[in-house]
Design a protein around this ligand. Structure first.
Ligand code: NAD
Ligand code: 2HG
Length: 630
């Protein structure tokens, strides 16, 4: 296939991930210490040459002199470079095949290793323009062909000019010498390639920055292995999410922005306008207004259990999938609850505070074992039920109350009403979810029902307890110890101060919403949630999502996947299939699932089809979102 466009591609750090002479250094300098020294100097000289700080010939001469390489090293270098072809180049082998007549490699490197490497993707040897080594009689590399035009100032531009190419010339490279081609007026466009290295001086001069070959192919409407370049997927990560998640997104090629704290609604509305995936914890309120300000939003990652901070209904109506981490911090909360129950039963908070003031009060008064005490768990979900098992292991008598029927684990006893549980428990602990209906489920009336001297814990959600009523009951001594981890209003970052009626009250453990904040839990969450989000982007899989019909999909092989999200009204599947039939498209597999709000249809089709069908699918009435995946 021929086009009127010619593609000039650089080799070092563009076609391959590395600079070949750096790699040669690793091969021909055996001593590790010496190698590091030589490598540092070689890299410095490469950068000076690439950034136009010293003439390229000078950079090259000095690097070869340092290397003292031999012909015998070249085969090893070629073997090494085979494994170093840039990922997006390997992925787009089909582009290289289809456009082989129009692709040229122009490099200040050496043909001896460039030709065999670029041939891997089908680049013609006669389309490679580079220098050649000069050897002495023992095969030592002693220089390079100084008559080669590429050693001259503006060498790349001169080389291309001599080819007399007709049509548009696009240059893709990471170095200053690549930009010089455009500067000399030979190229129509210069694309700074940043998949492997990003040089500001080069990026600033570019017509377009291309973080991968996919981006280049996408903007030029050329055939690409990916339906959408990953660098165009912007991920906004808030609230101090573990860096493992950030690394996973970056490795996937996404464009990631990280902000340490949460954002207020207005700030969020400003930040979110070009975001495809937002990652939050419990503080960020993802309201309908914020969602409306995010036209590109396709997925939300809640890096926690609770999702009450997210307007799930609006997300669903807008076709935005939400994933959370339903079990990753369960154990951490349970361990903290157990620890706090023991601390409060022994009055350790008070005793410790007094010790810090120099007071020694060795007494057993008001200090109890937890063995044999009645633990009342409100909300017998993942956390409540696991707490039940551990508490029984410690000899406690466990009672629970849940709004739905739950299997009692071990010897735990179910209470039929909240009142029943509150009136018998020595320790009351809340583990209900954060649904709006749970606002103030524990207030003055409920505290009245509790036993004198009860211990009270809330590690669930702040709005489920009336704080003033809790404060009064602590002050009156009815509650002899309390642990509160969650509050109706929580500071949005570590700089904002904490205000609460609970401050300074006796035997009251306050913690800054850290029930799930252990390294283990945060790392688990940072693995689980990104993997769900990445899978959703790559395959459409919605399994274990909070708000989408759950579909577990097979991997996509030799097929394209058409994803269609629509309002759940009758007849949409028929309309999708009509559009496919009218375009004579063969369906390889089809999956449909609905919930109350939306229908989710995945159709795998043969790779050769009339692409305009994707537009037709978007135009079906009641469509929310539609995308093609390959
Ligand atoms: N402090 C923290 O850092 C932290 C960490 C993780 C989870 N959480 C919170 O802990 C809570 C429990 O988490 P989970 O994973 O066990 O959730 P879950 O959904 O598995 O369990 C919640 C249970 O509460 C029950 N429930 C809801 N409303 C109730 C009510 N009014 N009365 C009685 N039962 C009710 C539900 O039926 C369910 O069984 C959630 O609010 C979650 O957001 C806090
Ligand atoms: O880490 C958080 O911000 C929230 C922790 C917890 O409340 C949860 O819902 O998992």
């Amino acid at each position: 296939m021929s086009t009127h466009k010619h593609f000039i591609i650089d080799f070092d750090s563009t076609f391959t991930k590395v600079e070949a002479l750096d790699a040669l250094c690793a091969i021909c300098v055996p001593d590790a210490q010496q190698r590091q020294k030589v490598l540092t100097e070689i890299q410095r000289l490469t950068d000076l040459g690439m950034e136009g700080e010293i003439p390229l010939t000078e950079s090259l001469e000095k690097r070869l002199a340092l290397l003292k390489a031999n012909k015998s090293h070249i085969n090893d270098l070629i073997e090494h470079l085979r494994g170093q072809i840039s990922e997006s180049f390997k992925l787009n082998k089909a582009f290289f095949e289809a456009y082989k007549e129009d692709i040229y490699i122009i490099s200040n490197g050496f043909k001896e290793f460039i030709v065999p490497i670029v041939a891997e993707l089908g680049v013609k040897p006669e389309h490679v323009f580079a220098n050649s080594f000069v050897y002495d009689q023992d095969g030592n590399i002693i220089g390079f062909d100084r008559d080669n035009v590429l050693t001259q100032n503006q060498g790349k531009a001169k080389q291309i000019k001599s080819l007399g190419l007709e049509g548009e010339i696009y240059v893709i490279g990471d170095g200053f010498t690549d930009y010089e081609i455009k500067e000399a007026g030979i190229a129509d466009k210069f694309y700074a390639f940043t998949e492997n290295v990003k040089r500001d001086s080069v990026v600033n001069k570019a017509d377009h920055v291309t973080p991968s070959l996919d981006e280049f192919l996408y903007v030029n409407k050329l055939p690409s292995a990916l339906s959408y370049p990953k660098n165009r997927i912007k991920v906004l990560v808030l609230e101090g999410i573990h860096e493992h998640a950030i690394n996973m997104f970056r490795q996937e090629g996404y464009n990631v922005e990280v902000i340490a704290g949460a954002l207020e609604e207005d700030e969020l509305c400003e930040k979110i306008h070009d975001v495809s995936i937002i990652c939050i914890r419990s503080k960020t309120q993802l309201t309908a207004k914020a969602i409306a300000a995010a036209p590109r939003l396709m997925a939300v990652g809640a890096f926690c259990i609770g999702t009450n901070q997210i307007d799930l209904q609006t997300c669903t109506e807008r076709g935005i999938v939400v994933f959370n981490a339903p079990y990753s911090n369960t154990r951490s909360v349970v361990e903290m609850a157990i620890g706090e129950i023991i601390m409060l039963s022994r009055g350790i908070v008070e005793k410790s505070n007094r010790m810090h003031n120099g007071e020694w009060d060795k007494s057993a008064k008001g200090s109890n074992e937890i063995r044999g005490k009645k633990l009342g768990i409100v909300g017998y979900g993942n956390i409540g039920s696991q707490l039940s098992v551990l508490a029984e292991g410690l000899g406690m008598e466990v009672y629970f109350y849940d709004v739905v029927d739950k299997l009692a684990l071990g010897n735990a006893k179910v209470c039929n009403t909240l009142e029943e549980l509150l009136s018998l428990a020595d320790i009351v602990t809340l583990h209900v979810d954060g649904r709006p209906d749970n606002k103030n489920i524990i207030g003055a009336k409920e505290f009245d029902m509790m036993k004198e001297g009860v211990i009270f814990l809330n590690l669930a959600r702040g709005h489920v307890v009336e704080i003033e009523a809790l404060a009064q009951n602590i002050k009156s001594g009815k509650i002899r110890g309390a642990a509160v981890d969650v509050f109706p209003y929580e500071p949005k970052n570590n700089q904002e101060s904490f205000e609460s009626a609970l401050k300074g009250l006796p035997n009251t453990l306050l913690s800054p919403h850290i029930g799930g904040s252990t390294e283990e839990a945060q790392e688990n969450i940072a693995q689980y949630v990104p993997s769900k989000l990445i899978d959703y982007v790559n395959t459409g899989g919605s399994y274990n999502s909070v708000n989408f019909p759950n579909l577990q999909l097979p991997a996509l092989r030799n097929a394209h996947r058409l994803i269609h999200i629509h309002r759940n009204v009758p007849g949409i599947l028929a309309k999708i299939n009509n559009a496919l039939a009218e375009n004579n498209i063969n369906i390889l597999g089809q999956y449909l699932k609905t919930n109350e709000t939306i229908g989710y249809v995945i159709t795998d089709v043969d790779t050769q089809y009339n692409r305009s069908v994707t537009k037709e699918l978007k135009q079906i009435p009641d469509t929310i979102k539609s995308r093609a995946l390959y």
